[in-house]
Write a protein that binds this ligand. Structure first.
Ligand SMILES: [Zn+2]
Length: 235
């Protein structure tokens, strides 16, 4: 039974923590670097988003500015692409990359892209799991109630499933973004294309880091529950 500091936990989680730290740093620094590079077409993120949406039959999806750095997202209920102010207004390579990525989610929504549908179905259970699982597991270990620990671990596995299904959703949005930017002629030079890839690649790694962290945390719980030990080793 474990409560408190456990070196095994840090040993298992170390690679995921390093990856997450690197990805967070790379996302910010690459975004900042390519925010300083003007795109050749001289268009803002808002204009790029509008242009791609209109050519994808999504004239009814709105593009609106939102507050906060890197707060960009697509809201499927409101059918709005919300872009942080630098992305919305600036005529940079970063703006193009992020705006096109968010439009990629709107196109996934239009196409009922299967991983997106699955992810949306998993949201309620995953948010319950992320709020409750740790508490349930902690109390279960404290009271030595194995069934309660298992209930918490099952709740937590919903979080892991959600983060894993998020990966194809995010990678596909970036893939669609790069195709749209090239095909519609919004990105023309090799260096702009490289900038778009760098900005989107770092952002994708943050999702990989998060999914890896929770998958390894699940593995840790299972090891501590003795799932992988021989029956004769158990005490
Ligand atoms: Zn995304």
């Amino acid at each position: 039974m474990f409560i408190g500091f456990d070196p095994l936990y840090f040993l298992l989680l170390a690679p995921a923590m390093l990856l997450s730290a690197w990805a967070a740093w790379a996302t910010r620094s690459r975004f900042a670097k390519w925010s300083g590079v003007a795109n050749t077409r001289g268009i803002s993120g808002a204009q790029a988003a509008r242009y791609i949406l209109d050519r994808s039959g999504l004239e009814s999806v709105r593009v609106v500015p939102s507050r906060g750095v890197l707060s960009d997202h697509y809201d499927p209920r409101a059918r709005e692409v919300r872009l942080s102010e630098p992305v919305y207004y600036d005529q940079s390579v970063s703006s193009l990359a992020v705006a096109a990525h968010e439009v990629g989610h709107a196109i996934q929504h239009r196409d009922r892209y299967t991983p997106l549908v699955l992810r949306n179905l998993a949201v309620p259970l995953a948010s319950l799991g992320s709020n409750l699982s740790f508490l349930v597991i902690f109390v279960g270990f404290l009271l030595s109630m194995t069934q309660l620990v298992w209930a918490g671990v099952i709740l937590f596995s919903a979080v892991v499933a959600f983060q894993i299904i998020t990966l194809p959703v995010e990678l596909d949005a970036s893939r669609r973004a790069k195709i749209a930017l090239s095909e519609l002629g919004l990105v023309t030079s090799p260096s702009e294309r490289e900038g778009v890839s760098k900005v989107l690649g770092a952002a994708a790694m943050t999702y990989v880091g998060a999914a890896l962290s929770s998958a390894l945390t699940l593995l840790y719980y299972l090891i501590r529950l003795g799932v992988f030990s021989d029956a004769r080793d158990r005490r």
